[in-house]
Design a protein around this ligand. Structure first.
Ligand SMILES: CC(=O)N[C@H]1[C@@H](O[C@@H]2[C@H](O)[C@H](O)[C@@H](O)[C@H](O)[C@H]2O)O[C@H](CO)[C@@H](O)[C@@H]1O
Ligand SMILES: [Zn+2]
Length: 306
């Protein structure tokens, strides 16, 4: 064990023996992001014995409410949606088999900022206005505790431009800078290949709940990555039932008639059970197919070394 003293606290720099050899950290903005973008990945790694840690940055207080009986929990009324989504989030993690789930800085430290440009962006606790190094410091503590080899977060646009997603990206990347030797060796950003978006656009063309309605070309979407820039394709189709169960846990955000269920129902696991990533730190491991996509985020890592 190599120990060092940090502010009078001696840290065991070697991950505690009790933790599994593979440790994955995910950094998301709101409750429900974890399942929509990475639910199958989380379920896959949890089911194969890796230690999966989810860090979510806000309680989602400013969200919509798709359960009419709960409508008065809204921010403009009782302002209790955050507490309710905390429970939805815990249930969703249970459905995915993920037991280590934490709110950045503790529940309620940072508030959902609302969509870009809204007055809620200026709330004194809005995550969008958080001090970057202070917020990253909470994540560094988790990195020092667990020393995850792999981290997943969003790209610099937060995948689709939401301020909390952009801030989650910034905080995660800043924490990886500050954590030094305890930082993840590989960092991935969530992504959607343009080829999959094209297939989805074609498949949904006749669907009642078409998320691509009004969009002529995939290039007009606020997200999408050329296939050759994708580094990993994680096939969690064996777990897409867990993913849909976790989505149902987020009932205030994902209504029963959501197109997401259409993806699960009409197109099976391929669309819901497969998730894609770009690699922005670390070496790509062995891959398959025309673009050599990894099928394992831990590919190429010396797991005995940490
Ligand atoms: C997936 C995600 O990031 N959801 C966020 C997002 O929700 C959007 C918001 O309610 C918007 O008003 C809707 O039109 C849109 O359909 C929703 O996806 O922003 C919310 C407020 O910041 C956030 O709570 C929710 O988790
Ligand atoms: Zn979100």
């Amino acid at each position: 064990m190599v120990a060092r003293t940090v502010s009078a606290v001696t840290l065991d720099r070697t991950a505690p023996d009790s933790l599994p050899a593979r440790r994955l950290l995910l950094v998301h903005a709101h409750p429900d992001d974890e399942v929509i973008g990475t639910g199958a990945t989380m379920a896959h790694y949890a089911s194969t014995g890796a230690h999966v840690t989810l860090v979510t940055c806000t309680l989602g207080e400013e969200g919509e409410i798709h359960v009419p009986a709960l409508s008065r929990l809204a921010a403009a009324e009782a302002d209790q949606l955050g507490g309710y989504r905390l429970v939805e989030w815990e249930r969703a993690c249970a459905a995915l088999g993920v037991t280590d789930h934490r709110m950045l800085g503790g529940p309620g430290r940072y508030r959902d900022s609302g969509m870009m440009g809204l007055p809620t962006n200026e709330h004194p606790r809005a995550f969008w206005g958080a001090d970057l190094d202070e917020a990253a410091g909470h994540l560094v503590e988790i990195m020092r505790e667990l020393r995850p080899q792999v981290m997943i977060t969003y790209d610099e646009n937060g995948f689709y431009g939401h301020p909390d997603h952009i801030q989650a990206h910034r905080v995660a990347m800043r924490a990886a800078e500050l954590a030094g030797p305890d930082a993840p060796e590989k960092i991935y950003w969530t992504a959607m290949p343009l080829s999959v978006l094209r297939d989805g656009m074609a498949a949904f063309r006749e669907s009642e709940h078409n998320p691509f309605a009004g969009v002529e070309r995939v290039e007009d979407l606020p997200f999408g990555t050329p296939d050759e820039q994708i580094a990993a394709r994680i096939d969690g189709t064996d777990h897409y039932a867990k993913k849909t169960a976790a989505m149902r846990a987020h009932a205030t955000q994902i209504p029963d008639n959501s197109w997401l269920y259409g993806m699960a129902g009409d197109f099976g696991g391929e669309f819901m059970g497969v998730e894609y990533y770009t690699l922005v730190k670390g070496e790509r491991g062995p891959g398959e197919g025309p673009h050599k996509w990894e099928s394992d985020l831990f590919a190429g890592l010396d797991l005995d070394g940490r």
